[in-house]
Design a binder for this molecule. Structure first.
Ligand code: SF4
Length: 149
């Protein structure tokens, strides 16, 4: 069994700007019954636990359209080092997100999570895929969206 490596600083920084993480923070206490509404209920569970040599894209793609992806990811981040795809993220991505999640800095950015809601509205128009990372969006851009909204 291989030991998971510690996320690198650039991975943690990317996680900090990831809309999926902001959504998870926003939705963390929103829906205690999220498990019963996940789109994966009707899919072979093995899809969400690909072997190391297999792609996770099929599961990640389904998660992008799942209405409870924020709650699902929040649960996985609280649970700790889980395998498989949760909330549209791989275990490797979550390791970097977990550093930010546990740091407490998301609480300081709480108003910024409104930007995620704005992005949800945008993605509903097809302008951007829901749940995808926003590599070009920095903290300043998030604040601009909040102030504009
Ligand atoms: S986000 Fe993905 S793993 Fe989580 S409930 Fe939805 S479909 Fe299932």
């Amino acid at each position: 069994m291989t030991r998971a490596r510690t996320p690198r600083p650039h991975e943690v920084d990317a996680a900090r700007r990831d809309e999926r993480l902001l959504r998870a923070f926003r939705d963390r206490d929103r829906d205690p019954g999220w498990r019963t509404r996940g789109l994966c209920q009707s899919v072979d569970p093995e899809t969400f636990f690909p072997a190391p040599s297999e792609s996770a894209e099929a599961a990640v793609a389904l998660c992008r359209t799942c209405p409870v992806r924020g709650s699902c990811l929040a649960w996985a981040l609280e649970a700790g080092d889980l395998h498989g795809v949760w909330g549209g993220t791989t275990a490797r991505e979550r390791r970097a997100m977990a550093v930010v999640w546990r740091s407490g800095e998301l609480g300081q950015l709480a108003p910024v999570t409104a930007a995620t809601a704005a992005t949800d509205a945008t993605s509903a128009t097809g302008a951007a895929p829901a749940g995808s990372p926003a590599p070009s969006m920095d903290r300043r851009e998030l604040l601009r969206l909040v102030n504009a909204g």
